[in-house]
Unconditional design. Structure first.
Length: 302
C-alpha cells in the first residue's frame, strides 16, 4: 500500500543515517560512502517507481516524503561530496525553510535506533523485492512480458513462512493472485519456478482467453500512449522549426506572401520529422521545398 512504501523509505533513510554516522564517527570514509548508493537506488528504483501515480496526482504524503528524503540525503552527502550536496541543497530551496545559505551550515542528521516496527517493515519489504525479482526472472525466461497479466504466483519458503506485501507483488509482477504455500505438494503441476536460497516462487503461465484479452488491451494502451508521445514530441519539434524559419524570414526582410526554399540543419531535424510533417511545414512557412543540410539556409523564390 502507499503508506507502507512511505514508512519503508523513511526507515531505509534512518538506517542509512545510522550507517553514515557510525562509519564517520570511526573515520571509515569509504564505508560511509558505500552506504549512500544503496539508498539512492532504493529511492529511485523502488519508492519513486512504485509511487509514480501518487506523485503525478500531487499526493501530498508522497511528495512530502520524497522531498524530505532528498533534503536529508543532501545533508548525508555533505562530508563526502561537498559540492554535489551543496547543489542539491540549493536546488531544493532548503534555505527558505532553514534560513541557512549552505548545507554545510545545517545540522547533520542524527543517529536514532530503529523501532521494532521499522525493522519489521524493512524485513518484509526485502522479502517482497526478493519475490518480485524471482517472479520477473521466471517471466523473462518464459518470454512473457510484464504487460501480460497472469493468474497466480505461489511463494514457498523452505525454512519458515515469510511475510511479503501481496499488493506490491501483484502490481509489480502483474498477477491476479499471490498464494503463500507451506508445502510444494500443495502446488498444482506445470508451474514455472525459480529460487533464491530457501525461497521458491512458482508462476502459473497458463493464459486463459480472459488473460490474453487483458494483455492485448494493455499492449494496445501502451502503443497508443507511445504514439501520442512520439506525435507530441514531433508536434513540439515542428513548432520550434516553424519559429526558427519565421525568424529567418523576418531577418531577410521577406514579405508575408514571399515563397522560400529552406535548408535545415540535419543534426537538429531528423529525416523522419520531415517525412511526417513536411507538408505541414511547407504550408506554415510558405516553402516550396524543405531539405536537410549542414546548416540553416533560406532562399527567396520568385
Amino acid at each position: 500500500s502507499p503508506a507502507v512504501l512511505d514508512v519503508w523509505i523513511l526507515a531505509r533513510l534512518q538506517e542509512t543515517i545510522n550507517a553514515m554516522c557510525e562509519n564517520l564517527d570511526k573515520y571509515l570514509i569509504m564505508n560511509a560512502a558505500k552506504a549512500l548508493a544503496p539508498f539512492a537506488a532504493d529511492l529511485s528504483t523502488w519508492y519513486i517507481r512504485r509511487s509514480r501515480e501518487r506523485l503525478k496526482l500531487g499526493d501530498l504524503a508522497a511528495l512530502g516524503v520524497l522531498y524530505y528524503s532528498f533534503v536529508i540525503f543532501s545533508k548525508l552527502m555533505a562530508p563526502i561530496l561537498p559540492f554535489l550536496s551543496e547543489t542539491f541543497y540549493s536546488l531544493l530551496n532548503v534555505n527558505q525553510l532553514s534560513g541557512l545559505d549552505s548545507v554545510h551550515l545545517d545540522l547533520y542528521p542524527e543517529r536514532i535506533k530503529l523501532t521494532a516496527a521499522q525493522e519489521e517493515v524493512l524485513k518484509v519489504m526485502t522479502n517482497t523485492r526478493r519475490v518480485v525479482s524471482l517472479a520477473l526472472s521466471v517471466r523473462d525466461t518464459a518470454g512473457i512480458g510484464v504487460r501480460q497479466p497472469l493468474e497466480t504466483l505461489f511463494v514457498l519458503s523452505k525454512k519458515e513462512q515469510i511475510r511479503i506485501y501481496d499488493e506490491l507483488v501483484k502490481a509489480d509482477v502483474n498477477v491476479k493472485n499471490v498464494v503463500m504455500a507451506s508445502d510444494a505438494k500443495e502446488l498444482p503441476g506445470g508451474l514455472a519456478s525459480a529460487k533464491d536460497g530457501d525461497v521458491f516462487v512458482h508462476l502459473d503461465l497458463t493464459l486463459s482467453q480472459e488473460l490474453k484479452e487483458a494483455g492485448a488491451v494493455r499492449e494496445l494502451v501502451r502503443k497508443i500512449q507511445d504514439m501520442r508521445k512520439r506525435n507530441g514530441l514531433g508536434v513540439g519539434a515542428v513548432r520550434e522549426l516553424v519559429r526558427k524559419i519565421q525568424d529567418m524570414r523576418k531577418r531577410n526582410g521577406l514579405g508575408v506572401t514571399q515563397k522560400v526554399s529552406v535548408v535545415v540543419d540535419g543534426k537538429d531535424v531528423p529525416e523522419k520529422l520531415l517525412l511526417t510533417f513536411g507538408d505541414v511545414l511547407k504550408q506554415k512557412v510558405l516553402a516550396t521545398k524543405i531539405i536537410r543540410g549542414d546548416k540553416y539556409e533560406l532562399t527567396p523564390q520568385d
